[in-house]
Design a binder for this molecule. Structure first.
Ligand SMILES: C[S@@+](CC[C@H](N)C(=O)[O-])C[C@H]1O[C@@H](n2cnc3c(N)ncnc32)[C@H](O)[C@@H]1O
Length: 342
């Protein structure tokens, strides 16, 4: 499996407005976490799990730094840790932190930034060192693919036998993430997680877009422009979870020190859809959606094959522009607040 990092050289930072707008819906949960989080003595550590190139979490990191400062009697040194997979574009992350006008580093000389290039399904931080953790649009990415889907590129559309194998990996990933964070969090520490989800109707909002992408790839196979074997190997290792899947490790007592304080699964605004509804500009909508798709899923599907990626991009963009209403949907996410007890 290709490591499911985002499109590099800063492309993800430039094409991830959809994720940023959707994650903003978690602000109230974020504020509740920051009002309640226990603040231990000494230097503090906060983390952004699955940060990619980092621009989308600047706002949440700044908010956390400000709330922790307001709630501390004296000035605290704070380490902000950005974690992602080893092949992620950490260069763009660090350049952005130094140059962006909205970087949380500006005007905060007691705040330090670092990064860890290792899967968050592994242990990342020293025991009882993490005060607050944030993660958005990262925890639906799977640690491994047990198989490639026969007829689709996206796990939500898997056949029942395929779906079972994928669900097992996804379940183990979720448990591993939580178990490692339980070790790393301070007592009274908090996590806020925004993760792709299925609502009560089984919808994620991405189905029509994924069906269209799958159809474009199938057409390329039919035209002899993409090998059938290459298509068969294409599966995006990203699997949204149901409410029961989120709550299972908490319900059966596997994580005695963690409590699920809040879980909301809801539709969130799709920034490209809102812009299209206001402007009526189908070409702009198609460009927005294609940028979102390639930034997030391009590396998993196309790897280094830029010619195939570019051919797909032109076909996909044209197909969206012809019928934007077919794929314009709100994005379903789960927002979770998790508290580490004694
Ligand atoms: C869609 S991006 C989200 C980036 C950012 N958090 C945001 O809200 O826009 C998903 C990120 O999760 C990372 N990721 C996927 N699996 C991971 C894992 N096992 N460990 C750490 N990061 C992972 C990817 O490399 C990617 O950078």
């Amino acid at each position: 499996m290709l490591e499911p990092v985002m499109e590099g050289r800063g492309f993800y930072n430039q094409h991830s407005e959809l994720q940023a707008r959707s994650a903003a819906e978690a602000d109230a949960v974020l504020d509740r976490a920051l009002a309640a989080v226990a603040i231990p003595p000494g230097p503090l550590t906060i983390a952004d799990f699955g940060s990619s190139q980092g621009h989308n979490s600047l706002r949440q990191m700044a908010r956390a730094l400000d709330r922790l400062a307001e709630r501390s009697a004296e000035r605290r040194d704070v380490m902000v840790v950005h974690t992602d997979l080893p092949h992620s574009d950490f260069t763009s992350l660090f350049v952005m932190l130094e140059t962006a006008a909205d970087s949380y580093r500006r005007g905060r000389d007691h705040v330090f930034a670092s990064a860890i290039g290792r899967s968050f399904y592994e242990r990342l931080l020293p025991a009882e060192s993490l005060t607050f953790g944030w993660s958005a649009f990262a925890l639906h990415w799977m640690s491994a693919l047990p198989l490639a889907l026969r007829k689709h590129i996206w796990p939500v559309e898997a056949a029942p036998d395929e779906a079972k194998a994928l669900a097992e990996v996804s379940s183990a990933d979720w448990r591993n993430f939580l178990a490692h964070r339980a070790e790393e969090m301070v007592v009274g520490g908090q996590l806020v997680l925004v993760i792709g989800a299925l609502d009560k109707n089984g919808a994620t909002g991405l189905e029509p877009m994924m069906d269209l992408a799958n159809g474009v790839l199938a057409a390329l196979v039919a035209e002899g422009k993409l090998g059938a074997d290459a298509y068969a190997a294409m599966t995006i290792p990203s699997r949204p979870r149901t409410e029961n899947e989120f709550t299972a490790p908490f319900d059966n007592g596997e994580l005695p020190t963690l409590a699920l304080a809040e879980l909301m699964i809801a539709e969130t605004p799709n920034a490209a859809m809102l812009r299209w509804q206001q402007s009526g500009d189908a070409a702009l909508f198609a460009a927005d959606i294609t940028g979102f798709f390639i930034a997030a899923f391009g590396p998993s599907l196309f790897g280094d094959n830029t010619a195939l990626r570019d051919l797909f991009t032109s076909r996909f963009t044209a197909a969206i522009a012809l019928a934007p209403g077919e794929i314009a949907r709100p994005l379903v996410t789960a927002t979770l607040r998790i508290v580490r007890g004694a």
